[in-house]
Design a protein around this ligand. Sequence first.
Ligand code: DX5
Ligand code: ZN
Length: 218
Amino acid sequence: TRPLAIAPSILASDFSRLGEEVRDIIAKGADWVHLDVMDGHFVPNITFGPDVVKSIRKYTDATFDCHLMIAPCDPYLEGFAKAGADIITVHAEAGPHLHRSLQAIRAMGKKAGVSLNPSTPESVIEYCLDQLDLVLVMSVNPGFGGQKFIPSALDKIARVKAMIGDRPIDIEVDGGVTADNAGQIARAGANALVAGSAVFKGGTPEAYEANIAAIREA
Ligand code: DX5
Ligand code: ZN
């Protein structure tokens, strides 16, 4: 099994203090920084682009896990790679050429991820398994933080795990993850847990430390 990674989504952070928020969550026990990029087209919300990723890159050396909820994605992959992303995850639904997008990400020396919306079957990754470093199973419909976990994601995680076999691929879950369901999610086979509201609730570094520890212990 792959090492557990807790990846706070900065969508739930104070955007006016983004650099410090990122530094604080890493100092308080988080493993990765999950960066939700939204375009107001693929998803009904807009967040930030590569310039923001670049500007917070100087606050930490931790893994930058960029979740691109944008379509098309191919024209922007290089921008996120240059901005300091370590993992670049695209949505299977964002275009007709998933295999090409994954190849492009790896060709820039970055880890390639694919994300599946709740309605998307895991079979879409079957012919890309050798191009993949991470599979992100969405447990909410993407676009907003603070939504409720969709339980059918647990089955999908187990199926993805069976499909990847012993390949070195991370399985990440995103949406409605809390200390209450993190245990179930990890038992289903996920090793990377994204959490926005559940990490940033309380709004202080002390709260982040307790929130991250609660998810890890679960
Ligand atoms: C949803 C984003 C998630 C979101 C998670 O579109 O991809 O990363 O911020 O937030 P919570 O943990 O609050 O559901
Ligand atoms: Zn996300």
